[in-house]
Design a protein around this ligand. Sequence first.
Ligand code: ADP
Ligand code: 5GP
Length: 213
Amino acid sequence: MTNAKAKKTSKKKSTGTTFVVSAPSGAGKSTLCSRLMSKMPNLKLSVSYTTRPPRKGEKQDVHYSFVTEKKFMNLIAKGEFAEWAMVHGNLYGTSLKRIRKLNRDGYDIILDVDVRGAQQLRSTCNEAVYIFILPPSLRTLKKRLKDRSTDSSETITQRMKNAGGEIAHYREYDYVVVNDNIDQALKDLESIISSTKLRTERADHGWIKNIIR
Ligand code: ADP
Ligand code: 5GP
């Protein structure tokens, strides 16, 4: 088989890998995910539904699909969610349809979910890779939330209250990344993604068979 043909076959058969990422609010998960996606064009974020109001600069169906509680309840009833949870007083959910489409199109997917969302996904999405992002300290976490200037002081207090409980779940994840220096954290995430994609069980076995045919 020629190299070009082998490449074509490989591309056709590739299926995406799912990375589930959790972190306490303010740890830098959104910043890291968006920088990762600009470095890795095959990596896409599944846009979640939420009842939280948009922050300044957040766009409908880009950062989230912002919906009313009534609409969210409707989506639950219709079985739209792979998982959903109440987080910091708002509802968030991952669309099953959206992740299936990204998967079918061969993309690697990032699911940005809280620890309860990740727990639900573990029962249905066994082959996914689970990553927990930590801030270097709770003091830095609070500073990042304050400096981000997107949340009221009540919201920041609530998010800081929840942080310890969320961090307590880090052992449920396959990898832990500390986001102190952002470039290092980005490198760590890239390494996790690259090495996961090189795992033998994820190889394109049909394509390899063709090489030795
Ligand atoms: P999350 O999505 O986890 O809630 P964000 O990505 O919004 O957090 O980051 C929170 C704030 O911290 C943002 O203002 C972001 O620019 C900043 N930030 C993220 N990572 C770092 C870092 N390594 N060092 C300093 N500031 C950071
Ligand atoms: P934020 O309001 O700061 O964007 O997100 C708050 C929290 O909600 C974060 O911990 C984030 O991971 C979580 N979250 C975002 N989307 C989803 C989702 O679809 N499902 C679940 N379970 N959590 C989500």
